[in-house]
Design a protein around this ligand. Structure first.
Ligand code: NAD
Length: 298
């Protein structure tokens, strides 16, 4: 399968990055969203993203101009997908919205179109029936700031055909991703299957009074050679996300350690506006967090 024409559905946090990344790598990209107002916002965001590509990837103005030429916009689903070889879905992480979207898409898209979901927490098999073409459906999961954190996790569900799986892997490579094939459905893919337990363990050690934040990070960094420890990572992910995950777990399990974690994260961080790198302070202060000091690991 040779993908040339790509449609990205949803131009939010991830969708507009995916669209720009594919257009930058020479694909013809249509951006689809619910109305023209949202699409106008996406156009503004592309201009800012172009600057980030110049700064981080040393992209030239010519490359950015060519990227814009590859981008077009539509809020009419049938129009947006009429030529699509591949549709990448980045609509909100809500099962009802996604199911409804796939029902409509199944009617609107030509037979050739392969569908890929960027969902972080929902498994593709959950939507396979709604797509009307389970064999042409796969997950293609990107990380935030995809031009820098260029993982492309390609995860098949039981009915995905080999041809579709392999073609989407090739596509991920063609847009500059490190393609990571996942042969079996796994909640959290590989990245979050590794990361979430690590971050969870770090918070537990801290809340349980086993050690302090800096010592926990230092231990991880010295022992594994990693450039950042779990609390440094949490500052990047955002403390609100950690809070939400702990809150859900606390409500479900009533585990006293989780309840304490929720209270501590709320009182000492969320309520004080210390949300991580995005607000300039979280577990560390930015732009020069203590864990980057040359003496931190001594
Ligand atoms: P978002 O809320 O920022 O953006 C969603 C976009 O979808 C919005 O522009 C919205 O207008 C649009 N939309 C809503 N309903 C729609 C519909 N019916 N048809 C088309 N567009 C519609 O969400 P996001 O953070 O970009 O997440 C999108 C998907 O990407 C989710 O599945 C999420 O799990 C996944 N994802 C997000 C991140 C992240 O860091 N934000 C990382 C990896 C994957």
């Amino acid at each position: 399968m040779d993908f040339k024409s790509i449609t990205v559905a949803g131009s939010g946090v991830l969708g507009y990055q995916i669209a720009f990344q594919a257009a930058y790598h020479g694909f013809i990209v249509t951006v689809y969203d619910i109305n023209d107002e949202v699409l106008a916002k996406a156009k503004t965001k592309f201009t800012t993203l172009g600057e980030a590509f110049k700064q981080d990837l040393h992209a030239t103005q010519e490359q950015i101009d060519a990227t814009f030429k590859n981008l077009s916009y539509s809020s009419d689903l049938a129009e947006a997908v009429k030529d699509a070889d591949l549709l990448i879905e980045a609509v909100p992480e809500n099962p009802e919205i996604k199911t409804d979207f796939y029902h409509k898409l199944a009617q609107a898209a030509p037979e050739k179109t392969v569908f890929a979901t960027n969902s972080s927490t929902l498994l593709p098999s959950q939507f396979a029936e709604a797509t009307g073409r389970p064999e042409k459906f796969v997950a293609l999961h990107f990380a935030n700031e995809i031009w820098k954190h260029n993982t492309g996790e390609v995860m098949r569900h039981p009915a995905t055909s080999d041809e579709v799986f392999n073609s989407v892997i090739q596509f991920a490579k063609a847009i500059g991703m490190v393609a990571l094939p996942i042969y079996k459905e796994q909640p959290g893919y590989i990245v979050n299957s590794l990361l979430v337990p690590l971050l969870d363990a770090a918070v537990n050690l801290w809340i349980n009074g086993v050690s302090d934040i800096e010592t926990i990070d230092k231990t991880w960094m010295v022992a594994t050679g990693a450039p950042v420890g779990p609390f440094g990572i949490l500052d990047v992910v955002g403390i609100t996300t950690a809070y939400n995950i702990n809150k859900m777990e606390a409500e479900e399990t009533q585990d006293p350690l989780k309840i304490k974690a929720v209270e501590k994260l709320k009182e000492d961080y969320i309520d004080k506006g210390k949300l991580g790198v995005s607000t300039g302070e979280g577990f560390y202060q930015y732009p020069n967090p203590a864990y980057q000091d040359k003496d931190f690991l001594k």
